[in-house]
Design a binder for this molecule. Structure first.
Ligand code: C5P
Length: 259
């Protein structure tokens, strides 16, 4: 296995999802945005930030196009002095992260886990996470305050007709809520411990895991929060793609710069 300078940072980019909600008929990482696939944007974002010594990408098994794309991205990474590895992802996002973690090189001590589906993350976000890790945090996530009020709901039937709706059972205080993004940064040893613990969870508990930080929270470790970016949104629906295209090419572009 490749050996890195001690204290290096690796970035895992998970790109093995099907992207069914986007309805493009191809894995989401291959969906074009401004003429380049989402995965290309995500990898170049990491290269531009300058924080990583290694990039590990998880792609769907048997995807020849993404394999070829990773060949070219690996050459770009090598030119920038970074190691580049590719692995087959798994059925769940966490399986893809786990597979990619196996490729992290000797000498790496911190890792950021990132979604290929977030192609426009500014360098400032990577830098804020790297700085907090350097300052001793074992887990750091980028987040934004939420602008909508958020309710907790359960299934419920209307009294007269029995029509199936939902009803509100709680309203968390909005000023304490944060919408969480990727990349999420970790001390490598802590994340490996968190994933080892995750392997012991039953299916029900595993299905409630929606980000990597939750696994570290389950260990009782502190997870610190740095400012995220409105540019870091995840491409999930066609509306998101429209917004990303507008950000790259639209009239707002020269006026809208956020780190
Ligand atoms: O599906 P969702 O948008 O939540 O996926 C977030 C990220 O996780 C995407 O970049 C997707 O490619 C990745 N993923 C993965 N393996 C899976 C499922 C999702 O790498 N099995």
């Amino acid at each position: 296995m490749t050996e890195m300078k001690a204290g290096s940072c690796a970035v895992v980019i998970v790109a093995a999802g099907s992207g069914q909600r986007l309805g493009h008929g191809v894995p989401k990482a291959r969906v074009p945005l401004g003429g380049e696939a989402l995965l290309v944007h995500a990898v170049r974002g990491v290269l531009k930030s300058g924080i990583a010594a290694q990039i590990c990408v998880a792609i769907p098994a048997g995807d020849e196009e993404l394999t070829a794309m990773c060949g070219k991205l690996g050459a770009e990474a090598a030119t920038a002095g970074l190691a580049f590895s590719v692995v087959e992802g798994g059925a769940q996002r966490s399986d893809s992260v786990y597979a990619a973690l196996a490729k992290v090189a000797e000498g790496v001590t911190t890792v950021m886990i990132h979604d290929a589906a977030r192609p426009l993350v500014p360098s400032g976000v990577f830098n804020r996470i790297a700085a907090a890790l350097k300052d001793g945090a074992k887990a750091v996530i980028p987040a934004l305050a939420v602008s909508d009020t958020v309710k907790t709901v359960v299934p419920a039937n209307l009294p007269a007709t029995g029509a199936g709706l939902e009803k509100v059972v709680g309203t968390p205080a909005r000023n304490q809520l944060r919408a969480v993004q990727t990349p999420q940064g970790f001390e490598l040893a802590t994340l490996r411990r968190a994933y080892a613990h995750a392997l012991t969870l039953d299916d029900e508990a595993a299905s409630r895991i929606t980000d990597d930080a939750m696994l570290v929270e389950a260990l009782g470790e502190d997870v610190y929060v740095v400012q995220g970016s409105t540019h870091s949104f995840k491409i999930t629906t066609p509306m998101d793609l429209l917004l990303a295209e507008a950000m790259l090419e639209g009239p707002l572009r020269p006026r809208w710069i956020e780190g």
